[in-house]
Design a protein around this ligand. Structure first.
Ligand code: 13P
Ligand code: SF4
Length: 334
């Protein structure tokens, strides 16, 4: 049932959200704000009433990222913060595997996912049965699994990693060979950063896979002094063209530190909007590849989810127990 009838852009709503609009006015046109503002005001009120926190991934749209999120970050930061929060309810503004990871780390909390259909092409590229087969083929080779996977796949693995800590996790195992699942490009990137031999799976991110080295060379020709920062889910020829490669949080840290005149973030396109808010002096060139899963999360869905306190993410206890160990092992490596 929809509860949106009373949501109007009144003078009170305009006043209550004025400070937020001031921050995002360069990335959200003024004619759009009256649509977002009533949700922003109501969600921020409901959060307190429900003792809820909103964890938002760096790919959320700016009205979510800057308007209602309590904690923002990459997958690693969201996993860490989910395990640390005192709130009873976590609303995960991101994709399903992120909400599932939060639930694994905080089984006693209510974890709400505003749209259960928000999946991930990497998570859907592999099953627990696939991992068992790989283990038969490569007995004694540890399985390092990207957090962009289901709890079932994590449960069959030895340890998790994110794009922010993958090389460190692989090297922490002290072995000559590892299996890295399921992103072939991240696995190849890791292999290039370490002496450990990496066996990989053929999964890929449908968003990052679309970038090409050719496209980046064209941007370099077109824009003087452009700095290219890429996510390790991109194909190898893209990473070869980049000045820096890192997780979404590390990409942001790079822009913070380097303060480039002009930058191209080779990743999902909402991130440039979010980072641009904090960096008015940096010129962001924006090739727009949207993640269709991330974009399923909207303010109206967050609002409805908080009203209904659903849908909630549940993981079967047998899977959850084993999957949580792999995430906790990862978090223990600082
Ligand atoms: P990060 O962990 O770098 O935020 O990446 C998550 C993701 O889904 C990238 O596509
Ligand atoms: Fe998955 Fe790619 Fe979307 Fe990230 S951007 S959630 S890896 S499909």
């Amino acid at each position: 049932m929809s509860h949106t009838a009373g949501l109007e852009y009144t003078p009170n709503v305009a006043l209550a959200t004025k400070h937020i609009y001031e921050r995002v006015k360069d990335v959200i046109p003024d004619f759009e704000w009256p649509v977002h503002a009533p949700y922003v005001a109501e969600i921020n009120r409901l959060k307190k009433e429900r003792n809820a926190v909103i964890l938002a991934h760096n790919y959320m749209t700016p009205e979510i990222f800057h308007g209602v999120a309590d904690i923002v970050g990459d997958s690693l930061a969201l996993a860490r913060k989910a395990s640390e929060t005192d709130a009873e309810v976590i609303v995960l503004a991101g994709v399903h595997f992120m909400a599932e990871t939060a639930k694994l780390l905080s089984p006693e909390k209510t974890v709400i996912m505003p749209d259960m259909k928000a999946g991930c092409s990497l998570a859907s590229s592999i099953t627990g049965a696939d991992v068992r087969l790989l283990r038969e083929k490569y007995p004694d080779v540890p399985v390092v699994t990207y957090v962009n996977t289901s709890a079932e796949v994590k449960a069959e693995s030895d340890i998790c990693c994110t794009s922010g800590n993958a090389v460190k996790i692989v090297e922490s195992l002290g072995v000559d060979r590892v299996i890295c699942l399921p992103d072939q490009y991240l696995a190849r990137y890791i292999a290039g950063q370490t002496d450990v031999e990496v066996i990989y799976w053929e999964g890929s991110c449908e968003v990052h896979e679309r970038f090409t080295g050719e496209e980046l060379r064209e941007y370099r020709q077109q824009f003087e002094k452009i700095v290219i920062v890429a996510h390790p889910e991109c194909p190898q020829d893209v990473l070869e063209e980049a000045d820096f490669v890192g997780s979404t949080a590390n990409m942001i840290n790079y822009v913070d530190d380097a303060q480039p005149e002009r930058v191209l973030l080779v990743t999902e396109c909402s991130m440039s909007d979010n980072v641009a808010v904090e960096h008015p002096n940096v010129n962001f060139i924006r090739p727009c590849n949207l993640c269709p899963h991330m974009k399923l999360i909207t303010l109206p869905k967050i609002y409805e989810a908080l009203i209904n306190m659903s849908p909630t993410v549940e993981v079967s206890p047998i899977i959850a127990e084993r999957a949580a160990i792999t995430v906790e092992k990862m978090l223990a490596i600082k």
